[in-house]
Design a protein around this ligand. Structure first.
Ligand SMILES: *Cc1c(COP(=O)(O)O)cnc(C)c1O
Length: 418
């Protein structure tokens, strides 16, 4: 059973102080999870998690992860500037972008970030930087289907990311010519993989390719970037991944493939987003309307603009009603927002306890790819973000947008007086 990380009473207190809807984050959970990850990979002295900023770009959250020893993974100039503002330095920043404007490479280079090349044509842009980086990463796309334990996990052949195997060789050779001294390899093949087998299978693939590239070109590979993709149990019947089992699987592959290839001092690094944050966020909303037509609807003050995943991926997000966790789930509701969009549904045909207007409705697992994917459709304003501190206090870490924010980028005709 999934329960909110705060009691119904605490949630009501917080909602009395900060109007709903808001995203609420759990500092304790974030820190404990980050520590477990570091502990699990402690066998690898160079291990580092580069948190994928796009999953949750809130500065206070980034600072918590920084304190826990994480770096950041950025994909755009804005994310790089945020990383710089937060005091991430040099190789604490991974720059894993694609279709990259040259200006972004320039900025990444100025910050001393590790640049991860998505394509063989990126080499031409690297050659034009003010100086050639000593260390670079290359993104691999093996094509075909990616199979783990006999089941197809995803179809890299359809993914826009990364280079083919032969392009990797071509890129390494060209970069060696330019004077690059150290290499890493990266691949992101499966998203939200809720299995202990994904990272070990990915690691095996990457270790093999690195061993080959080292043989073919003599290039020195000093790190393997397993990227993101580790999943979390959005559904209450799913089991979370066992991070020590995941790490043990990566270690076995490391010792079988990488160490014998003479690359035993390489670092294993990750760019996890969802795994670091998703379970430690709730979207807290109030039931504001009820409607009975061909179905029973509960209308929230939150909508898909606060959490896009159900609308675009048909993703499941667990819902609890504060204080009614143990009531019989004997009502079937569609829980919806107020956008003029029929996909604005947090849940369809969901068994829930009877919901009264004014009840606090908790949408789980919104800590990653939640607020950050928000948008302003229908003039909906972005919500606040609140941090539940380890000491139990609640802190506003981003205020809600106001109508003035919404109007700020608009140019009104002169005849209109605001
Ligand atoms: C999105 C992304 C991540 C993080 O993905 P999660 O599924 O949140 O772990 C990591 N690396 C890159 C390059 C990404 O685009």
């Amino acid at each position: 059973m999934k329960r909110p990380f705060a009691s119904a009473q605490r949630l009501r207190e917080i909602a009395a102080e900060f109007p709903t809807p808001f995203h609420l984050y759990d500092e304790r959970g974030i820190r404990e999870n980050a520590r477990q990850l570091q502990q699990a990979f402690a066998w690898n002295p160079g291990f580092k998690e580069y948190f994928a900023v796009k999953a949750n770009p809130n500065p206070v959250i980034l600072n918590i992860l920084k304190e826990e020893g994480c770096g950041v993974d950025c994909a755009t100039s804005t994310e790089l500037l945020l990383a710089e503002a937060m005091g991430f330095k040099g190789e604490e920043i991974m720059f894993s972008s694609n279709m990259t404007p040259f200006e972004s490479f320039l900025l990444a280079h100025r910050l001393g970030a590790i640049i991860n090349l998505d394509d063989v044509t990126d080499v031409e842009y690297i050659a034009q930087l003010p100086s050639i980086p000593k260390k670079l990463c290359l993104r691999y796309n093996p094509g075909g289907t990616f199979v783990v334990s006999n089941s197809i996990m995803d179809t890299p052949a359809e993914a826009k990311f990364g280079m083919t195997r032969s392009q990797l060789t071509e890129a390494v050779r060209a970069l060696l010519q330019l004077g690059v001294e150290e290499f890493g390899i990266h691949a992101f093949l499966v998203s939200n993989a809720v299995t202990n087998d994904y990272y070990p299978a990915l690691a095996r693939t990457l270790f093999q390719v690195v061993a080959e590239l080292h043989q073919e070109t003599g290039a020195r590979f000093t790190f393997i970037n397993l990227s993101g993709g580790l999943g979390i149990p959005y559904r209450p019947d799913q089991k979370p991944v066992d991070i020590s089992a995941v790490s043990a699987g990566v270690r076995r592959a490391f010792e079988e493939i990488l160490a014998p290839a003479g690359l035993g001092s390489a670092a294993v690094v990750t760019e996890l987003g969802r795994y670091m944050l998703a379970p430690y966020g709730h979207l807290v909303a109030t039931a504001i309307r009820r409607k009975e037509t061909h179905k029973s609807y509960i209308g929230l003050d939150a909508c898909a603009a606060d959490l896009m995943r159900p609308a675009i991926y048909r993703a499941y997000h667990h819902i609890t009603v504060a204080g009614k966790e143990d009531d019989p789930h004997d009502h079937i509701y569609d829980v919806v927002g107020g956008l003029c969009e029929n996909n604005d549904k947090f849940a369809i045909d969901r068994p829930l306890p009877q919901i009264e207007l004014g009840d606090l409705v908790i949408i789980h697992d919104t800590g990653a790819h939640g607020y950050s994917m928000g948008y302003n459709y229908n003039g909906r304003l972005r919500s606040a973000e609140i941090l539940l501190r380890t000491d139990g206090s609640a802190e506003l870490i981003r205020r809600a947008e106001t109508v003035d924010d919404y109007f700020a980028t608009m140019k009104f005709p002169q005849s209109v007086r605001l």
